[in-house]
Design a protein around this ligand. Structure first.
Ligand code: NAD
Length: 792
């Protein structure tokens, strides 16, 4: 008689197909041809392309390739609708968002089947993950609409928003984009990915049922050309893009200088770290979810397994056994774990990357599973033996391919985890809470899951560090992406500063003249400029005041290096950072008269004491914030919490304004320092002496060397170097130079650094609303969401 185990091994699941009848009927009702949804009306289908079912290659419907004039019509409709949508008020918008959530739930099965047919992902996933999460997003954001006047009283909607998404979570990405945009009072032009337009078109139908006013949601379909037309359209105030880092970079370049607000959710190569004390069986299940959910076509997929050497072989053995049990096949079958890849192009790309790894000598493990004859399929794959720099260890595969490596110590685990240009997500598995919570903040990623994987919720922000993009979706932090501070509207049209002070090469040849050359300030020491050049600064009366060093590329490189070495500043307690800022204020106060005299001589200011006093107060202001800019503890619907930490951005290059040269400098440098960033500051090009006079103040204020570096010289040239430098994490430019700001945004695209630029407008540096507040602190920080489940 066979044993129970032998019987179990021969048993298999029978087919459990989900009916596609209603979905087919919906497609037939539209004669399998779809036009565009603009101003709550359907345009006739034109210039169409086929959308196919990736599981069998069969055509599902013809979709319209929108043209530039369609984008024009959609933007126009959105623009016309926006004032009315705002006027509806928070409660009015909340009711519409609530209706959308209800309708998504009511038609959940139809949406789930349409999504599975169009994308190839399993019905189990669309039914149990995509749909409930999409509905939850609309419910949650109905709440933000309701609370907007209270919680975001100092903000307004941005205006017309263009939203472009990829094909891996078509409806979920739509919900992530449209729900917050509408809640905040924006109207949208939304473009689904060309492979997966159907759920967005079905969503357009429920918009009408939910009472979304005409023009508030417009859906334009088609390929990247439609996206490009949106990116270039001057009538779009904000772009929200999710997709590849490559296209994200193009969008950053194309929007440089346009004043468009931008958020980019890009690719990843996320580490999945297993420590030796982890619950290995639970970690294997977490890993299955992490890398084989949606066939690995997940931006935050845990595609790099880092496992502690002592348990490596045991863990990999368990993993292989689990892989052997994964069921791959018809996505509409409720018992399948792995469905089809979105398109044969994707399969070819994955095959190419895996083949390259094989040629490099890696070991490839794939379970012996039979792939269906038609459609695009790829088996779950485990790659071992790759070097840390191998293509397969660095490139985002965006498929069911896991590369495994080992580490010995937690320090090495963190080093390996951060050995990537990306920074989207990470998983940490350990039964030691102190180890897990020690490692989580050290990982450069926007999301860290502890003893869990791939958790998402509307209340918790999601988004990347480094080349995984910037901006957050979800939660309160996500709402800010769709709003503009009212203080921005109050800014003066142009900088208040008068014509630039004259600068010229220093001419003094008198060997006995007292050398009044202000040097640079690098690593806590005064440094001669590398080029040994200086420029003469003349005062308001035209008289020579002093020479300042003419910083160049090498000086910026040295300053950035010094800033990186000062990593202790980021780890210092916020109390400690506050104390240093108070101390700087105190030392500045002692020398207030001297600084006032300098300001008067440079700028001709009639009331220079006012600026010095305001600068002292601004230092107090950010010292006060240093230990009060707390994160949040979200409570998503799980047994646990998600802690949203405000972390420093890293090394920030700051081009300071000419208006109020001391106050402007302090107003930008202090918030950056308060939150633990290290700074390379370029003081006012016209009036740099207020900053160079600070060296002695800094020397006596316990600021660690390298936390603040000051390089004087040409704002344009130094900004260019900072924006092109791959080790600078963010660049701010606020000197009123429209072209200079555009250049910073353009150059920042190479390493996708964050930027905050003021454009051609001025700013009242005395007004805390324009030059302070949480909006400034948000620029100086990035949010990391750490998920901590309880009791598992
Ligand atoms: P993709 O960048 O090729 O396309 C994304 C979208 O951009 C599509 O709608 C496409 O039509 C459009 N597009 C293409 N070229 C464009 C252009 N020049 N201008 C404007 N729009 C253009 O990405 P994909 O292959 O569809 O998706 C996979 C990528 O998306 C992966 O890198 C993945 O990591 C990323 N992704 C990121 C997240 C996240 O939240 N960070 C989520 C899902 C996917």
């Amino acid at each position: 008689m066979p044993t129970i185990n032998e019987i179990l091994q021969t048993m298999d699941y029978g087919p459990a197909p989900e009916s596609t009848k209603e979905a087919q009927a919906w497609l037939d009702q539209h004669e399998r041809r779809f036009g565009l949804f603009i101003d709550n009306a359907w345009s006739p289908a034109a210039d169409t392309f086929a959308s196919t079912n990736p599981a069998d290659g069969k055509e599902l419907a013809q979709i319209t390739q929108a043209g530039a004039q369609d984008v024009e019509r959609a933007v126009d409709a959105a623009r016309r609708a926006q004032p009315g949508w705002v006027a509806l008020g928070g409660h009015g918008r909340a009711r519409v968002l609530y209706a959308l959530a209800r309708l998504l739930q009511k038609h959940a099965r139809l949406f789930a089947v349409i999504e599975t047919l169009d994308n190839g992902k399993t019905i189990r996933e669309t039914r149990d993950a995509d749909l409930p999460l999409a509905a939850r997003h609309f419910y949650h954001h109905a709440g933000w609409a309701q609370l907007q006047s209270e919680e975001f009283a100092d903000y307004r909607a941005v205006g017309v928003v263009g939203q472009i998404v990829p094909w891996n979570f078509p409806l979920l990405m739509l919900a992530w984009k449209i729900a917050p945009a509408l809640a905040a009072g924006n109207t949208v032009v939304f473009k689904p990915a060309e492979f997966t337009s159907l759920s967005a078109l079905l969503f357009a139908e429920i918009c009408v049922q939910a009472g979304v006013p005409a023009g508030v949601v417009n859906i334009v379909t088609g390929d990247g050309r439609v996206g490009e037309a949106m990116v270039k359209h001057p009538g779009i105030d904000k772009l929200a893009f999710t997709g590849s880092t490559e296209v994200g970079r193009l969008i950053r370049q194309a929007t440089a200088g346009s004043g468009k607000k931008l958020s980019l959710e890009l690719g990843g190569k996320s580490p999945f770290i297993v420590f030796e004390d982890a619950d290995l069986d639970a970690a294997v299940e977490g890993l299955v979810d992490s890398i084989w959910f949606n066939q690995g076509q997940v931006c935050c997929a845990g595609s790099r397994l880092l496992v502690q050497e002592s348990v490596e072989q045991r863990f990999l053995a368990k993993l292989r056994t689990r892989m052997d049990n994964l069921r791959l096949g018809a996505p509409t079958d409720k018992s399948m774990d792995i469905g089809a890849l979105v398109d044969p192009i994707q399969r070819q790309r994955i095959e190419g990357l895996v083949e390259a790894a094989r040629l490099e000598g890696c070991t490839i493990y794939q379970p012996a599973c039979e792939l269906p004859a038609n459609g695009s399929w790829f088996p779950p794959t485990l790659i071992t033996g790759a070097s840390t720099s191998a293509g397969i260890a660095q490139t985002e595969v965006f498929g069911p391919v896991l590369v495994a490596m080992s580490f010995r110590t937690p320090v090495e685990a963190v080093q390996l985890a951060n050995n990537t240009v990306y920074g989207l997500a990470a998983c940490v598995w350990s039964e030691s809470i102190s180890l897990a919570l020690d490692v989580a903040p050290q990982i450069k990623a926007g999301v860290v899951w502890i003893n869990t994987a791939n958790q998402f919720d509307a209340a918790c922000g999601f988004g990347g560090y480094r080349e995984s993009g910037f901006g957050r979706e979800g939660g309160k932090e996500g709402m800010f992406e769709y709003m503009t501070p009212l203080s921005e509207d109050a800014r003066p049209a142009a900088p208040l500063v008068e014509a630039k002070a004259k600068v010229k090469a220093s001419e003094s040849n008198d060997p006995f003249a007292i050398d009044r050359t202000a040097k640079l300030y690098i690593g806590g020491k005064q440094a001669r400029p590398d080029g040994a050049y200086s420029r003469a600064i003349t005062g308001a009366s035209g008289a020579f005041l002093a020479d300042v060093g003419e910083g160049n590329r090498k000086d910026i490189r040295n300053a950035v290096e010094a800033a990186h070495k000062a990593s202790g500043w980021a780890k210092a307690t916020s109390h400690n950072r506050a104390q240093v800022l108070y101390y700087i204020a105190e030392n500045l106060a002692v020398r207030a008269d001297e600084f006032a005299a300098r300001l008067a001589a440079m700028t001709g200011s009639k009331d220079p004491h006012k600026e010095v006093q305001a600068s002292i107060e601004r230092l107090f202001y950010y010292a006060a914030w240093a230990d009060k800019y707390d994160g949040l503890a979200h409570q998503p619907p799980m047994h646990g919490i998600t802690v949203a930490l405000n972390e420093p951005v890293g090394v920030i290059g700051i081009i300071c304004p000419n208006e109020a040269p001391l106050l402007g400098f302090i107003s930008l440098v202090a918030p950056a320092l308060a939150l633990g960033n290290r700074v390379v500051a370029v003081p006012s090009e016209a009036y740099p002496l207020a900053a160079t006079d600070l060296y002695q103040v800094l020397d006596t204020s316990d600021l660690p060397g390298g936390a603040l570096n000051i390089v004087t010289g040409s704002a344009d040239e130094l900004a260019r170097t900072l924006a092109s430098h791959s080790d600078v994490d963010a660049v701010w430019r606020h000197d009123g130079s429209a072209e200079g700001c555009a250049e910073v945004e353009r150059l920042s695209a190479a390493s996708l650094k964050r930027t905050w630029v003021g454009g051609a407008k001025g700013r009242d540096w005395y007004d805390t609303k324009q030059a302070g507040g949480r909006a400034v602190l948000a620029h100086a920080s990035q949010v990391k969401n750490v998920w901590i489940p309880y009791g598992v």
